[in-house]
Design a protein around this ligand. Structure first.
Ligand SMILES: NC(=O)c1ccc[n+]([C@@H]2O[C@H](COP(=O)([O-])OP(=O)(O)OC[C@H]3O[C@@H](n4cnc5c(N)ncnc54)[C@H](OP(=O)(O)O)[C@@H]3O)[C@@H](O)[C@H]2O)c1
Length: 299
């Protein structure tokens, strides 16, 4: 049923992982507000199904789909290139795609999978799109983190978790890294009209934990999440709020739960760690002199 709220008309929003769970509900919510939505998905069939569903439910035809595997840096570069070449502005980038992995797996770039998809992909994609975001300002970057970042820690000498892998250790590290990145990015973007915030969506009944965990893990996570989680629509509310609400115009460098800014883990405010992680990440993704990496304030 088309919505009468057209407050996002004329705005172009990218949502990664938009074929499922929170990402799909976020894309639908923004589509219902009249936004042009660019869905980033890795699977053509699932992506097209979700695209058609969103068009139908929102009555909004301006729903595009780009295929990209965010575990591959080459694919992220192609995605950014594709977006650059479109004769379109970019007002909102929602780094939503993510997941968990029962055992340690490496990407084709030789990086630990959870760290690569949940953190390095947003780091690389955001930096590659910064010029476009700046040119489209006011614009917003929204990073979907998790309260699991509270138990995460960063060991700069073992970011790839070669010395000891555990599923929640990997997930917590990746989500803490995303919060540290958000705060450093927000500082680097001061005065550009581009804001960066992050959030915990709640405990949401989605497909999270359904891939990368084996059949037993799949059954367990399905039982837990489907029984206890809130709906994806409920889980998408904070992402949609940060992407669209006039209330937070200009608000940057904050962590939100239920659309309210709250304190994240004390370690996430460590500016030395934020900078160290940023510098190491530029090396891991071979990113130099791009976006905010070249505009770092001298300290
Ligand atoms: N559910 C929760 O309780 C919860 C709590 C805190 C934070 N989160 C975060 O919320 C975000 C959305 O998760 P969700 O719960 O909605 O789970 P979901 O239903 O599994 O959705 C995850 C999305 O990310 C995509 N994705 C995963 N790896 C990808 C890759 N390599 N390339 C491209 N896309 C990829 C998935 O694509 P496929 O469908 O092809 O797998 C899917 O579209 C994640 O960042 C998650 O960590 C969730």
């Amino acid at each position: 049923m088309p919505n009468s709220n057209t407050s996002m008309q004329g705005k172009v929003c990218i949502v990664t992982g938009a074929n499922s769970g929170i990402g799909k509900a976020t894309a639908l919510g923004l589509a219902q507000m009249g936004a042009t939505v660019v869905m980033v998905c890795r699977n053509k069939v699932k992506g097209e199904e979700a695209q058609n569903e969103i068009k139908e439910k929102s009555g909004n035809d301006a729903i595009d789909l780009i295929l990209a595997d965010l575990s591959s840096q080459e694919s992220i570069h192609q995605l950014a290139e594709n977006i650059q070449q479109r004769n379109q502005q970019l007002h909102v980038l929602i780094n939503n795609a993510g997941g968990v992995n029962l055992s340690r797996r490496e990407t084709m770039d030789g990086l630990e999978m959870t760290f690569a998809v949940n953190y390095l992909a947003p780091f690389l994609l955001t930096n590659l799109l910064l010029d476009k975001l700046k040119a489209s300002a006011p614009s917003r970057i929204v990073n979907v983190s998790s309260e699991s970042h509270q138990s995460g820690y960063i060991r700069m000498d073992d970011l790839q978790l070669e010395k000891g892998y555990r599923i929640m250790r990997a997930y917590g590290q990746s989500k803490l890294a995303l919060v540290l990145f958000t705060y450093e990015l927000a500082r680097r973007l001061q005065g550009t009209g581009v804001t960066a915030n992050c959030l915990h969506p709640g405990f949401v009944a989605t497909n999270i934990g359904q891939s990368g965990v084996g059949s037993i893990g799949r059954s367990i996570t399905k039982l837990i999440f489907s029984g206890l989680g809130i709906s994806p629509e409920e889980g998408a509310k904070t992402s949609i709020y940060l992407a669209s609400s006039p209330e937070i115009e200009g608000v940057t460098g904050k962590y939100f739960i239920k659309s309210i800014p709250v304190r994240s883990a004390p370690i996430s405010y460590d500016e030395t760690l934020q900078r160290q992680l940023w510098d190491e990440s530029t090396k891991l993704v071979n990113l130099h002199n791009v976006g905010a990496t070249s505009t770092a304030p001298s300290r």
